[in-house]
Design a protein around this ligand. Structure first.
Ligand code: PLP
Length: 494
């Protein structure tokens, strides 16, 4: 091509971008994902301000906004790292094409890993699982999006697919439904009863939605994010009966299945309960999701995940296999990490003792932090926090004075965002406003992970309650964050 046609003849300024924000797919434009939203961007700015010598009333930002375990100080499990070299060399590499982890695997994943996962599920549930029903994915997020995409009816009005999602929910669900132009059918978790799931509320939500969309599935997150509840077996049975009666497929997000802390709480998989309920429920369609990102391993960056499809019609399953084949395959290194999770060292293996010690340590620390967070939040006037029974988050309710609510509205922010931004600026604690997950009208919350080190959590909650210590000269000046919010008059923004 000759240079005469090049940009030199066209003034730089005359180029109008072909893709403008106005003509980006509106569904993509309208997606929101609070976990990495504006408050997190501000936290990153504050971090670099501190590095550049700007004085703040705190030494560093404490990121308690995202369930990224290693990023907040958790030590990786040694076995998983060793295995990346050792086991990969033998069994997994033998299952890889050309004996290389750098080859594409089959689209549903490496066959030996699918077998290991099926064996894990069988042992966990005492109910058979088949490797043909196990599909590896790029983190659970990818699997959830794949299944949801299959349920879209792609139409408008009351033929548009409706998907039941909890409120509060992990925003992957609301964002994906926006992207796919589906109708979220929101059911509220019962905060007064430790975020339990009430069947009467499911009925209310679906009845109201029937004139607006075509209800197709119900998503349940157990243990819950951001709410931290663990469903009882009876509750799961009731959800299955409801889904069966309403002809809804079940998506059970069970990525926190290893994260159960509260006395009396126990994890039951939807698959186990559904199968043990017998006919007709044991024929009902279910997809359940698991991840390498959570549990005791927290290997978020490997993007390992899988889902098990139960009772799918053969033609639908073939269609599913076709759609995942377009993505070629999930990362093989992530698949290998999942293999470690489902196939850990056993008694007698050289890595067994160390593996058990590290796993137990991580889970017992999380349990201690879950208790500490609940206790500390509930000791503060103006905050109420349900027991963190499982998962990795607390979701306390904050009671804001009317003047604070007005001031937030005047600034064009939701009151909880306003609160969280102030909290970040004053104390360095980065949490996510409840509005990013959904909450009952007129209530305000935030989500704080229980991942940072115990002592840092304690210090930050105490700072939140009683003020962040500021040193000026020899004086220790206590700026009382919560007290400022209670008596808005002394709060400088108000
Ligand atoms: C409830 C829930 N589901 C799914 C995911 C996605 O996990 P992954 O990293 O496997 O994509 C998360 C991540 O935080 C989550 O909390």
């Amino acid at each position: 091509m000759s240079d005469t046609n090049s940009n030199s003849t066209v003034p730089e300024t005359s180029h109008v971008p072909v893709v403008l924000i106005e003509n980006v797919n509106p569904n993509v434009r309208n997606m929101e994902y609070a976990v990495r939203g504006p408050i997190v961007a501000r936290a990153a700015e504050i971090d670099s301000e501190i590095k550049n010598g700007v004085k703040k009333p705190f030494a560093k930002v404490l990121p308690a906004n995202i369930g990224d375990c290693h990023a907040t100080g958790q030590t990786p499990i040694t076995f998983i790292r060793q295995m990346q070299k050792e086991r990969a060399k033998k069994r997994i590499l033998a299952g890889c094409r050309g004996g290389s982890i750098g080859s594409y695997s089959g689209s549903p994943g490496v066959e030996v890993i699918r077998q290991d996962i099926a064996a894990y599920i069988t042992k966990r549930d005492d109910v058979p699982s088949k490797s043909e029903d196990v599909i590896l994915c790029t983190g659970a997020s990818d699997g959830i999006k794949t299944i949801l995409s299959m349920l879209m009816t792609g139409k408008t009005g009351n033929e548009r697919a409706g998907i039941m999602i909890p409120v509060p929910q992990y925003p992957l669900y609301s964002a994906t439904l926006t992207e796919y132009n589906a109708q979220p059918i929101r059911y509220f978790m019962n905060e007064e009863n430790n975020w339990s799931l009430d069947i009467s509320e499911l009925r209310r939500a679906i009845e109201e939605a029937k004139s607006k969309c075509l209800p197709r599935a119900i998503c349940v997150i157990n243990p819950g994010n951001p709410t931290g509840q663990v469903l009882t077996r009876q509750n799961i049975e009731d959800v299955i009966k409801f889904a069966h009666d309403e002809r809804l497929m079940i998506l059970s997000d069970e990525v926190y299945q290893h994260n159960v802390y509260a006395k009396g709480s126990e994890f039951f998989s939807f698959k186990k309960v559904l199968m043990e309920m017998g006919a007709p429920y044991n024929r009902h369609e279910l997809a359940s999701f698991m991840s390498a990102s959570k549990g005791f391993m927290g290997e978020c960056g490997f993007r390992g995940g899988y889902f098990e499809v139960v009772n799918f019609h053969p033609a639908v399953k073939a269609c599913l296999l076709k759609t995942i084949s377009v993505k070629l395959c999930p990362p093989v290194a992530g698949q290998a990490v999942i293999d470690c999770v489902v196939n850990p060292p056993v008694l007698g293996d050289p890595s067994y003792d160390r593996f058990m010690k590290e796993k137990t340590h991580v889970l017992s620390q999380l349990k201690e932090k879950a208790n500490l967070v609940t206790e500390l939040f509930n000791s503060i006037e103006g905050i109420k926090c349900n027991t963190v029974q499982g998962a990795m988050y607390s979701f306390p309710q904050i009671f804001l004075p009317p003047k604070a609510i007005e001031a937030a509205k005047a600034k064009g922010q939701t009151p909880d965002s306003f609160y969280c931004f102030s909290l970040l600026e004053e104390t360095g604690l980065c949490v996510v406003p409840g509005s990013g997950f959904g909450q009952k009208e007129g209530t305000y919350h935030f989500r704080m992970t229980i991942l940072p080190p115990l002592e840092e959590i304690r210090i930050n909650i105490v700072k939140l309650a009683y003020g962040s210590p500021r040193l000026s000269g020899n004086d220790l000046h206590l700026c009382t964050f919560i007290n400022k919010w209670r008596s808005c008059d002394s709060y400088n923004i108000l």
